[in-house]
Design a protein around this ligand. Structure first.
Ligand code: NCD
Length: 303
C-alpha cells in the first residue's frame, strides 16, 4: 500500500505514466467511468479549499466511486481534541483512500503512518502540495510537450507557497531547467529549496523585478501571498500587492509564454489577461481533476 505525501515519492517514469493516463482519460472518459465502482474516497480538509477538494471529489465520482468527508476542522472531532493519528485510524474503517489537507506541516505524513489505506497530501501548511504539482505538470506538458530546457519563473510568495516548493522539486529532475525566483525580499524561496538546487547543480536566479526577467521566461507561475501563514496582518497588507500581472507587463514576454497560477487569485493577475491565449490557469484547474483521477487509480492499484 502506497501513499503520496511528497512529489519526489513518484519517479519520473511514474510521472510519465500518470501524464499518459490523464491524457487517455481526457480522450476516452467512458473507459474510466466504472474503474472505482464501490470504492470510497474520504476528503479530510482541515483548511479551506475550493479546487483541491472539489476536484478530488469530482475525480472519484467520474471514476464511479463515492465520497465522504468534511471540509472544515470545526465540523470534525479535531474540534474536540482528537489527534490526526486517531482520525486516520477511524477513517480507515470507512473509506478506501484519504485526501487530507491540514495547516500543520507533516500532518498528512502522520496520517499515512497510522492509516491502513493510502493517504494523499492535499496541502500541508506552507510545506508541500504534490497533487497541485500534478496539475501543473500536466498543464506544462500539454502546452510545451516536454519539461527539458525550460526557463521557469516563479513569482509572489515563494516562502509560504507550498505549490511552489513541490513544483520545484518535480521540475529539478529534468535536463537544463532554469529557475527564476521573483519575490519581495521578505518572501524569498526557503534556503532548503535553494540547497537542493545547489546540490544538483541547477541554475537559479533571484530577483525582485518581474519586468526585468519577463523576456527570458517560458513559464510564469504566479502565486498568491499566503495571508493565513503570516504572523502579522500589517506585513501581509504591505506585501499582498507586490506583483500584479497586467497586459502592459506582458508586452516583452515570449509569444509562447505559459502563465500558470494554482488559484485562488486575489490580485496577482489582472482579469484582462484571462482572454490572452497564454493564460493557462483555468485549463490547469481542469487538468488537476484528470491527474487526481490518474493518481487515485495508481494508489488503489486499479488496472
Ligand atoms: C493553493 C494551495 O492551497 O496551496 N491552492 C490550490 O490548492 N489550488 C494555492 C493557494 O492557496 O494560494
Amino acid at each position: 500500500m502506497r501513499s503520496l505525501i511528497d512529489i519526489l515519492e513518484l519517479s519520473t517514469a511514474e510521472l510519465d505514466k500518470l501524464l499518459a493516463t490523464a491524457d487517455d482519460i481526457i480522450e476516452n472518459p467512458q473507459k474510466y467511468a466504472h474503474k472505482c465502482d464501490g470504492k470510497k474516497l474520504a476528503t479530510l480538509f482541515f483548511e479551506p479549499s475550493t479546487r483541491t477538494r472539489l476536484s478530488f471529489e469530482a475525480a472519484m465520482y467520474e471514476l464511479g466511486g463515492n465520497v465522504l468527508g468534511f471540509s472544515e476542522a470545526q465540523s470534525s472531532s479535531a474540534a474536540k481534541g482528537e489527534s490526526v493519528a486517531d482520525t486516520a485510524k477511524t477513517v480507515s474503517c470507512y473509506a478506501d483512500i484519504i485526501a487530507m489537507r491540514h495547516p500543520k506541516e507533516g500532518a498528512p505524513l502522520v496520517a499515512s503512518m497510522n492509516a491502513s489505506i493510502p493517504v494523499i497530501n492535499a496541502g500541508d501548511g506552507g510545506h508541500n502540495h504534490p497533487t497541485q504539482t500534478l496539475a501543473d505538470l500536466l498543464t506544462i506538458h500539454r502546452e510545451k510537450g516536454h519539461f527539458d530546457n525550460l526557463t521557469v519563473g516563479l513569482c509572489g510568495d515563494l516562502k509560504f507557497g507550498r505549490t511552489v516548493h513541490s513544483l520545484i522539486a518535480a521540475l529539478r529532475r529534468y535536463d537544463n531547467v532554469k529557475f527564476v525566483f521573483i519575490s519581495p525580499n521578505e518572501l524569498k524561496i526557503p534556503d532548503y529549496v535553494k540547497d537542493s538546487l545547489k546540490k544538483a547543480n541547477i541554475e537559479y536566479t533571484e530577483t525582485t523585478d518581474l519586468e526585468a526577467v519577463m523576456p527570458t521566461l517560458d513559464i510564469l507561475y504566479m502565486t498568491r501571498v499566503q495571508r493565513e501563514r503570516f504572523f502579522n496582518e500589517e506585513e501581509y497588507l504591505r506585501l499582498k500587492d507586490s506583483y500584479i500581472l497586467t497586459p502592459e507587463k506582458l508586452t516583452t514576454a515570449k509569444s509562447d509564454l505559459s502563465i500558470l497560477h494554482p488559484l485562488p487569485r486575489v490580485n496577482e493577475i489582472s482579469v484582462a489577461i484571462d482572454s490572452d491565449p497564454r493564460a493557462c490557469y483555468f485549463k490547469q484547474v481542469l487538468y488537476g481533476k484528470y491527474m487526481r483521477m490518474a493518481l487515485i487509480l495508481m494508489l488503489l492499484e486499479v488496472e
